[in-house]
Design a protein around this ligand. Structure first.
Ligand SMILES: N[C@@H](CCC(=O)N[C@@H](CS)C(=O)NCC(=O)O)C(=O)O
Length: 209
């Protein structure tokens, strides 16, 4: 069984949706925070960075890094059809955009929501946030251009990358604005959340859209 340490609507949401879409045997542990905002002590012993998602594999080994989890799980359940095989023509494109999202949009999102972690001078936080939002806008524009008519990043077939992209879209401060600029992102988002397993996980994460 997989154990996913999670927080509702955080980076664990896409991994949880993928576990569900793959039909994996898993449980979710939603973490509480201590009054100072940090995660409970036991969690630091599992993941020294104390971040969600953290995934415990059936052999009890610990996995961190959401993109690695998405690729690993999708590959482990080929029957779910959520990643192209290693020798498939779309594999390079799949890897490219998975890693792109995890290293650009996700990171900009962290600077936007936790600017104080990126500076030793509190006064610099608003500038970090403003730049992060500007960069995220540009990074989504690049992704939307690659998505094209889609509806998914691999064309007609939904993959783990689309589940990840949908989660990232949901974190933007102005989601209607993002979707107005990029109607293809909205089409992709709507199609992803129509997937039975994804819809149930979005609801469990108390997502309202
Ligand atoms: N590179 C990591 C980043 C994970 C991450 O930063 N997660 C955030 C939530 S989305 C987190 O747990 N931050 C620590 C906190 O909220 O205290 C990944 O892709 O999994």
């Amino acid at each position: 069984m997989y154990t996913l340490y999670a927080r509702n609507q955080a980076g664990s949401m896409a991994v949880e949706a993928l576990l569900a879409a793959c039909g994996a045997d898993y449980r979710v542990i939603v973490l509480d925070r201590k009054p100072d905002g940090s995660f409970e002590d036991f969690f630091h012993a599992i993941n020294p960075k104390a971040e969600v998602p953290t995934l415990i594999l059936p052999d009890d080994s610990v996995m961190t890094e959401s993109v690695a989890m998405m690729i690993y799980l999708a590959d482990r359940y080929p029957e779910a059809g959520l990643s192209p095989a290693a020798d498939a023509p779309d594999r390079a494109r799949f890897l490219r955009w998975m890693v792109y999202m995890g290293t650009t949009i996700y990171m900009s999102d962290l600077r936007l929501f936790y600017p104080q972690r990126y500076t030793t001078a509190t006064a610099e936080a608003p500038g970090i946030q403003a730049k992060a939002e500007e960069m995220m806008t540009a990074e989504f524009a690049i992704y939307a251009a690659a998505l094209g008519e889609g509806p998914f990043i691999l064309g007609p077939v939904m993959s783990a990358a689309d589940i990840y992209a949908a989660m990232l879209c949901s974190w933007v401060p102005d989601v209607p604005g993002l979707f107005a600029r990029h109607p293809n992102l909205k089409r992709m988002y709507d199609a992803v959340v129509q997937h039975d397993a994804v819809r149930k996980v979005w609801a469990r994460n108390e997502m309202t859209f």
